[in-house]
Design a protein around this ligand. Structure first.
Ligand SMILES: [Zn+2]
Length: 170
């Protein structure tokens, strides 16, 4: 089985993931590690959540004009670098107004994954590219950023196996 969310990781990690899937342990493993859910259930709560993080870590970045859940966007693909051929993934017009759109699958995701994706989008207020400066900023806001991103990929792999659809299409 091809694990599209994990391409780019060392082969050893991919094989480990294959084993977790084959043995049916991945679900339990993720549930044990991420047993905390959030209560950010609507756009209003999401805005407050993002603003709180921004005020703590990025006070000087441009103000947020809008933060919403969006069921249409393919943000996961972007955030995880799966469509790096597109050079303006967020849309330049939206970007200039500092809107943050979070894929609605995160409404029901574990708290840590929502945090990871909001941190990712907040970091883009200052750094446009997925470069070293960008990831330093992500880790400044969330020291476990890389682990969370890897585990989010496992989570999405599992979601797709459950629903039989592309999780990122939501
Ligand atoms: Zn990004």
């Amino acid at each position: 089985m091809h694990l599209k969310y994990l391409t780019g990781y060392p082969e050893q990690l991919q094989e480990q993931a294959q084993q977790w899937i084959a043995s049916g342990r991945l679900n339990a493993l993720l549930q044990r590690r991420y047993d905390e859910y959030h209560e950010v259930g609507d756009d209003r709560a999401l805005y407050a959540y993002a603003l709180q993080l921004k005020n703590r870590y990025l006070r000087k970045a441009p103000p947020l004009s809008l933060v919403v859940f969006d069921s249409r966007i393919n943000q996961v693909q972007h955030a995880l670098g799966l469509n790096s051929s597109i050079s303006r993934p967020h849309g330049s017009r939206l970007k200039s107004r500092n809107e943050i759109r979070i894929a609605s699958l995160f409404k029901k995701a574990p708290a840590a994954f929502l945090r990871m994706i909001v941190v990712h989008e907040l970091a883009h207020l200052k750094e446009k590219e997925h470069d070293r400066a960008f990831y330093l900023l992500c880790r400044h806001m969330e020291p476990d950023y890389f682990q969370l991103e890897f585990d989010l990929r496992l989570y999405l792999t599992l979601l797709e196996m459950k629903t039989g659809q592309d999780a990122s299409d939501d």
